[in-house]
Design a protein around this ligand. Structure first.
Ligand code: NDP
Ligand code: 2IT
Length: 450
């Protein structure tokens, strides 16, 4: 979208020129620059210090070959990435994604978003992201292990508990983190908190598994309470995806009295008007690693439909996209608005297209942007790092309480910034500004270090 400020337009054009064809990265930068126009109009020092010019350029981008041997003895080669985007606030922090669509554009967009998200948590974490175009689907545990060991053999040269701390994202859960952790420990001979999302037996934190989904619901409830004087209770909820974020979003939505009627994977969606049984989804997805279609073998009355984007045709009051980027477009948004949706919050990163966001906001739908709404995962990773540093652990109740406080804090920061900058309730602008200001202050204080 066109930026109504000459300086921002120049920065954006240079990002496009320098990163040709990287459309997801361009999209993420465009949204942030647009939101920051009122800030630079008030603060000429930000332009003078080159804060934005520096922020859109990663501090470091590592790209490497990942060779591994499959179960048939055939040599396979994937491409590995780690973007260390910004270390103004702390060690680089962000997940690893294993999915065939991973490329430098996807990793840069995710790493860029992560800077502001991590800042919003208030915890000392910089922004980073990584991954590979390796597809874990259909691979044996041994193949996944060999891939992870090869990936970590190179990555271990660039990370560390005080340097860069990766975690999970699409295709990376406890199994993969375990293989990665084991290989790091072997190479470096160090048992440290170099990764988060670890199993409890190896220094993991209680509630990290649940954190992104739970945090999303705490954030959504804050939007309902503080903007609309309403709540999730009694609302019909649709959640796309059926991975880590989606499952625990569904669990918490039901605990809060919402009625979750549909979930999906990349093949299709299930509709269960009597309310999705989350334990069955956990069984299919976490234990058996099967397709969501299997749900209909457990629940006979449930319907299965191919084409995952059809999920947005179902009438609901709350829509929570928790699968992947750009999964909810203008056409789907028009249907949701027509069907009376009241709130949309992004569990995935950048799942709603810019045109769809604009429609929701124009139509008075509460909209929770990813940077704020899904920050509970990385926030709890930050709490895992704290516990590792102390060589101690907190109870579920303690971690959950801190997570809730952080999510309420993020909502308040974004909402207050939206009011201060004359667009009350625009949490996209509010989150971008609140996240940015903290990073900008640290960059200014540290001089031209990067
Ligand atoms: P998982 O791998 O656990 O689950 C991903 C889910 O999304 C699966 O149901 C998957 O379906 C679906 N999906 C993935 N790619 C596509 C696609 N191209 N089209 C349609 N569906 C797709 O990942 P997570 O739950 O961890 O991550 C989901 C989203 O949340 C991502 O955007 C991630 O960046 C974001 N996120 C994750 C956090 C975390 O802590 N894990 C924290 C904050 C954000 P299928 O099985 O068919 O591929
Ligand atoms: O997008 C994200 O915030 C994550 N995938 C979680 C990152 C983390 O370091 O826990």
């Amino acid at each position: 979208m066109e930026l109504k400020n000459k300086y921002m337009e120049e920065v954006y054009n240079s990002v496009c020129l320098r990163n040709p064809g990287e459309t997801e990265f361009h999209q993420a930068v465009n949204e942030v620059l647009e939101s920051l126009i009122p800030v630079i109009e008030k603060r000429p020092d930000i332009i003078e210090e080159g804060i934005i010019d520096r922020m859109v350029e990663p501090e470091r981008l590592i790209m490497f070959r990942v060779p591994w041997v499959d179960d048939k003895g055939k040599i396979r080669v994937n491409r590995g990435f780690r973007v260390q985007f910004n270390s103004a606030l702390g060690p680089y922090k962000g997940g690893l994604r294993l999915h065939p669509t991973v490329n430098s554009s996807v990793i840069k967009f995710l790493g860029f978003e992560q800077i502001f998200k991590n800042s919003l948590t208030g915890l000392p974490m910089g922004g980073g992201k990584g991954g590979s175009d390796f597809d874990p689907k259909g691979k044996s545990d041994n193949e996944v292990m060999r891939f992870c060991q090869s990936f970590m053999t190179e990555l271990s040269k660039h990370i560390g508990a005080d340097t860069d701390v990766p975690a999970g994202d699409i295709g990376v859960g406890s199994r993969e983190i375990g293989y990665l952790f084991g290989q790091y420990k072997r190479i470096r001979n160090e048992f440290t908190g170099v990764l988060t999302g670890k199993a409890l037996c190896s220094g993991g934190s209680l509630i990290r598994t649940e954190a992104t989904g739970y945090g999303l619901l705490y954030f959504t409830e804050e939007m309902f309470n503080k903007i609309n004087q309403d709540s999730i209770k009694g609302k019909t909820v649709i959640i796309s995806g059926s991975g880590n974020v989606a499952i625990y979003a569904a669990e918490k939505a039901q605990e809060m009295g919402g009625r979750v009627v549909a979930m999906s994977d990349s093949s299709g969606y299930i509709y269960d008007p009597s309310g999705i049984k989350v334990d069955i989804i956990k069984q299919i997805k976490e234990k058996e690693r099967k397709r969501i279609k299997e749900y209909t073998t457990y629940v006979k009355e449930a319907e299965y439909h191919e084409d995952c984007s059809g999920i947005w045709n179902i009438k609901c009051q709350v829509a929570l996209p928790c699968a992947t980027q750009n999964e909810l477009d203008l056409k789907s948004a028009e249907i949701l608005v027509k069907n009376g949706v009241l709130a949309v919050a992004e569990g995935a990163n950048m799942p709603v297209t810019p045109e769809a966001i604009e429609l929701f906001q124009k139509s008075g739908v509460l909209f929770g942007p990813a940077k704020a709404a899904n920050a509970g995962g990385v926030a709890t990773s930050g709490l895992e790092m704290s516990q590792n540093s102390m060589r101690y652990f907190w109870t579920s109740e303690e971690v959950d309480k801190k997570l809730k406080e952080i999510m309420v804090g993020i909502f308040d920061s974004a909402y207050n910034a939206s009011k201060e900058y004359n667009c009350p309730g625009d949490l996209v602008v509010g989150a971008n500004i609140a996240g940015f200001l903290r990073v900008a202050e640290a960059m200014k204080w540290q001089g031209i270090a990067y």
